[in-house]
Design a protein around this ligand. Structure first.
Ligand SMILES: Cc1cc2nc3c(=O)[nH]c(=O)nc-3n(C[C@H](O)[C@H](O)[C@H](O)COP(=O)(O)OP(=O)(O)OC[C@H]3O[C@@H](n4cnc5c(N)ncnc54)[C@H](O)[C@@H]3O)c2cc1C
Ligand SMILES: *[C@@H]1O[C@H](CO)[C@@H](O)[C@H](O)[C@H]1NC(C)=O
Ligand SMILES: *[C@@H]1O[C@H](CO)[C@@H](O)[C@H](O)[C@H]1NC(C)=O
Length: 938
């Protein structure tokens, strides 16, 4: 399941326990007036409430747009110390963070920046903090400060901003986080820190914070404030209790995982593999099992450490000590990922993903959906339609059946959420189904969660496919090892370069079997693009960024393969509603991690019964609706209801219902790589057109109507007087607020090769990367568009299907560096396309696209030939449905007399499907030089 956080905009949510906040105007000892927010209650970790005050310049006072005066009151945590952080755009990642803590009587400050779910780095941009005053007493510390260049930030070229709006009613989203441990070296502004224990978000009312006296207040901040320029540390001015922090020297990167030592250099140098699969997640594990089942040698390389106890994982709370279980194995501990993800979440992505054995299938909520057939029919090209996928889908559910009653005694715990919401839906005419029994019924239907859990434990690919793979001598799994790039000779991949990510990981080069070996990337929607970029495969701008970062390791630009890797990024769009009902009662799954109710822990350990067999936070009911848009496209909505609070609703009788907009949505985003080689979502795939937004709005209206069937259901969020249009207009379009963690699409599968013109596809229908001989992608990134449901079971089905196709592929030369006797048009002047004249020979017919030189001065010189290819179709041809099963084929290309309307013409003949025996491929007559590629081969 996707978004488990209970507050929109809070990335790493701590306790979802109730917390309150009140607002007031506050005047501090300096006479500065703030819009002030007090937040506290049961959820805040310190002894008492915290406060944040905001003062902004009046709209007319130009030159001060990028700054504010802040007032921070932090409750101390007596025995262990604390730090408090403020995010200048609500989320932990990709925003300027300001940390403060105590060093004796001094309030220390430090600007930080987190590109991923890891301990933030020191901020290297030019934010400047000048203290106006500070004080400390027995229970709190407080500080008033001026923060300049704080509403826009730039970390190594990754920029973001949240400049306060000038419109009336605007809100400034601020996130906060507080830890129950002091920084490691409190006297050092660059000190390492331990993860926070709680966090939240509030929207400051901009209009209330604007005061024309602002420009006189800033003169209270008198110290020279240069240190932060480069280091992100703070300087001090007047203060009431002594001198404040010294500025740090900067340049130190805190707590970034560095490569582990590498004692096993070249440990595997002498062995080669038929298949090297990179990434042991939803795609990689099933693929490794199926390919090794066929007898080939398979190496599966996983960056992260073991997770499940079955595989030697060790991360667990005390109450699991003495069992073979880890935190990953117990369904009721799954949302701990939002509280403590250190060493689990991928530290190099700006969004959440599991970088442990199992990938997403180790950390997710286990929702396990049999594919809605239309997901394949609508999104995928020929060869991947629901009819082609049916057998693969069935195999997935043979290996990993679903359950809707995880406790082994068949008794569901705390089912009130299902009763309340399901009851209202039923009253409104929605149909109660078991979703995986009727996968196509996704309109006005509701179901219990269907999950991959087995015997009260997580189960899934790690407990099935990986177990059978591991029994084979021709299979090997290595963990703690990052694949940095593939090693290639033009279009031919010869192996992978590996680095130790953790202790015990490998280094060096590992090769595939010469001539026939294949490399498959299954590193996920961010991990796979990252490896491709570092291998010189992707858009020019991304490859330039990598080249600047690691020049010597990067393949020469003459061998770059330009493909739209990272484009077409997709995710479900999340929109939350919060309701209360007297029958609902909250169960604290977060508390169960460290301090479970003893009888619940006992039940779980003794016989896998009780609420901890169910996924947190009590996923109750899932339901679906289809919305037909004005553009004629039917868009799919899925709703997930869970028992928790959120969006400032202070109640333990509340539920959050998350609406996910999926299949049919046309918004797409982009992931790109930064100078420090982190993957970020540089364009969000959320509601960038009116049709997608209209579907979300229509769904909310229809949900409200259904919930009204139970008069005891009170919709608390959005507030009753807020229209759906206003609600959506104010709902931030950020990954923090809108992500469902269902990232996909960044290496799209399609027939329109991205090598050419406006082609959008990165892999062909055999999952092979265009322009390569033997590089494949099998993970969420090949999905062209979003699924109806949470995607993991469909990704496993894609791996099942890919295992059939990849095994049948004979490694030949790709169309980029081709058979020496195949003539090719010149294509882009900077491409590596061979040039020449002649007839195709040999067995490797290009599966790509002929490029006509659009710059050729004389249009009639572009294509002068008609091609006749004869051959036989093999049974594995993915185009079998589109071409007749005859033994010959004639394909006409544009001739000299009919000038092509586009600069290219496609001839998507799969190398497995047709063997050319005669004919001449079209090429510009002007081009006659000899091709540079080597001879094609099987
Ligand atoms: C918190 C959360 C909850 C979710 N809940 C659900 C749910 O309930 N149901 C559902 O269906 N889906 C859910 N999802 C989504 C689902 O888990 C993912 O869509 C799915 O796991 C993606 O599969 P994948 O094979 O593309 O990548 P992943 O499963 O992410 O696997 C990629 C693997 O590659 C490894 N890797 C990355 N880079 C490298 C490298 N350079 N070298 C070596 N290894 C590398 C990673 O460590 C990881 O193990 C959830 C996701 C998250 C994050
Ligand atoms: C600081 O950063 C801001 C925002 O990027 C920029 O406008 C400003 O010019 C920078 N100031 C200095 C002194 O570099
Ligand atoms: C300590 O400081 C906090 C915050 O300024 C304040 O609310 C509290 O009353 C103070 N306590 C005492 C004993 O003065």
């Amino acid at each position: 399941m996707g978004k488990i956080v209970s507050l929109a905009g809070v990335v790493a949510l701590g306790a979802s326990a109730v917390w309150g906040q009140t607002f007031e105007t506050f005047t501090d000892g300096n006479g500065i007036e703030f819009w002030q927010c007090e937040f506290g209650g049961a959820g805040v970790v310190g002894d008492g409430d915290a406060q944040f005050g905001l003062a902004l310049p009046a709209t007319a006072q130009t030159g001060f747009e990028e700054e504010y005066i802040g007032h921070l009151v932090v409750p101390k945590v007596k025995s262990t110390g604390t730090w408090m952080g403020i995010s200048h755009e609500s989320s932990m990642t990709s925003a300027l963070l300001l940390l403060s803590w105590l060093d004796g009587a001094d309030v220390m400050t430090s600007f930080r920046y987190a590109s991923g779910y890891t301990s933030p780095d020191i901020y290297t941009g030019n934010a400047t903090l000048t203290k106006i005053s500070q004080s400390v007493n027995a229970t709190h510390f407080e500080m008033t400060y001026r923060c300049e260049s704080c509403w826009s930030w730039d970390q190594d070229g990754v920029a973001g901003s949240q400049v306060p709006a000038t419109t009336s009613g605007a809100a400034q989203l601020i996130g906060w986080a507080q830890a129950t441990q002091a920084p490691t070296t409190p006297g050092d502004t660059d000190s390492a820190i331990k993860q926070h224990a709680d966090d939240g978000i509030f929207g400051a009312v901009v209009a209330s914070a604007r005061k024309s006296a602002y420009t006189s207040w800033v003169s209270l901040a008198t110290a020279t404030s240069t240190a932060a320029q480069a280091t992100g540390t703070s300087t001090n001015s007047s203060n009431s209790t002594g001198s404040a922090s010294a500025s740090g020297t900067g340049g130190v990167t805190a707590a970034t995982a560095t490569a582990a030592a590498c004692p096993n250099e070249n440990a595997m140098a002498s062995t080669t593999w038929d298949y090297i699969i990179v990434g042991a997640g939803a795609g990689g594990i099933p693929l490794a099992d199926r390919l090794s089942e066929q007898g080939a040698s398979v190496l599966l390389i996983e960056k992260g450490p073991p997770s499940s106890g079955r595989w030697g994982g060790t991360m667990k709370p005390d109450w699991l000590i003495g069992t073979n279980l880890t935190r990953f194995d117990v369904p009721g501990l799954d949302n701990e990922i939002w509280k403590d993800s250190e060493g689990i979440a991928c530290e190099d992505y700006s969004v959440m993903a599991g970088c442990v054995l199992g990938g997403g299938t180790a950390v997710n909520a286990g929702l396990w959906w049999k594919a809605n057939p239309v997901d394949f029919d609508y999104n995928f090209p020929a060869g991947w339609k629901s009819g082609d996928m049916a057998a693969a889908v069935d195999r997935v559910f043979e290996r990993i059946p679903f359950t809707d009653v995880p406790p082994t005694n068949g008794v569901l715990y705390k089912p009130q959420g299902y009763e309340v919401v399901g009851g209202a839906l039923a009253a409104a005419g929605w149909q109660n189904v078991t979703a995986d029994d009727v996968p196509a019924k996704k309109n006005f239907t509701f179901s219990h969660p269907n999950e991959m859990f087995s015997h009260g434990e997580r189960g899934g690919p790690m407990a099935t496919y990986l177990v059978t793979a591991n029994e084979r001598k021709n299979f090997k799994l290595i963990t703690n090892t990052t694949v940095s790039r593939v090693v290639r000779d033009g279009s031919r991949i010869t192996g992978v370069e590996v680095e130790a990510f953790l202790e015990g990981g490998l280094c060096g080069i590992i090769n595939v079997t010469p001539g026939t070996g294949k490399v498959i990337l299954s590193a996920g929607a961010f991990g796979t693009p990252k490896i491709l970029f570092r291998s010189g495969i992707g858009p020019q701008d991304q490859l330039e960024t990598v080249k600047d970062a690691e020049s010597s390791a990067m393949i020469e630009s003459s061998h770059w393969i330009n493909l739209p890797v990272g484009h077409n990024l997709d995710d479900h769009v999340n929109t939350d509603l919060v309701l209360t009902h007297p029958k609902i009662s909250f169960y604290d799954f977060y508390a169960a991690y460290t301090n479970p109710i003893p009888s619940d822990a006992d039940q779980y350990i003794a016989n896998r019964t009780g609420i901890l067999t169910q996924s947190a936070p009590n996923l109750s009911v899932l339901f679906w609706q289809e919305i037909l848009g004005d553009d004629g496209i039917t868009r799919q909505l899925q709703y997930t209801a869970r028992v928790e609070s959120g969006h400032d609703i202070e109640s333990n009788k509340s539920m959050v219902i998350s609406q996910y907009l999926g299949r049919g949505a046309t918004s797409r985003g982009r992931t790109t790589i930064t100078a420090s080689l982190d993957m970020v979502v540089s364009t969000v795939p959320y509601l960038n057109n009116a049709h997608d937004t209209a579907a979300v709005a229509a769904g909310i209206e229809s949900l409200k109507a259904a919930l009204a069937m139970d008069p005891k259901i009170q919709i608390m969020y959005p507030a009753a007087n807020t229209s759906t249009a206003d609600f959506l207009a104010d709902y931030p379009l950020t990954t923090a607020s809108r992500s469902a963690n269902h990232w996909m699409g960044s290496c799209k599968m399609g027939l329109d090769s991205g090598l050419v013109g406006n082609g959008t596809a990165v892999v062909d229908t055999d999952t092979k990367v265009y322009g390569t001989d033997n590089l494949f992608v099998v993970d969420a990134s090949i999905f062209p568009g979003m699924t109806s449901t949470n995607p993991s079971a469909l990704i496993v089905a894609a791996a099942e299907r890919a295992s059939e196709l990849i095994a049948k592929i004979k490694v030949g030369k790709s169309s980029l560096v081709a058979n020496s006797t195949v003539p090719y048009p010149t294509g882009n002047t900077n491409s590596t396309l061979p040039q020449g004249a002649g007839s195709p020979s040999g067995s490797a017919v290009p599966s790509g696209t002929a490029i006509f030189d659009s710059a050729a001065s004389n249009a009639t010189s572009r294509c002068t030939k008609q091609i006749t290819l004869t051959g036989s179709r093999t049974s594995s041809s993915s185009l079998a449905t589109e071409f007749p099963a005859s033994s010959s084929l004639t394909t006409a290309f544009p001739t000299a007399t009919s000038t092509p309307s586009t600069s290219h013409a496609s001839f998507s003949l799969p190398s497995t499907g047709y063997q050319a025996t005669n004919g001449t491929l079209p090429y510009p007559t002007a081009t006659t030089s000899s091709p540079s590629g080597s001879s094609g081969r099987e």
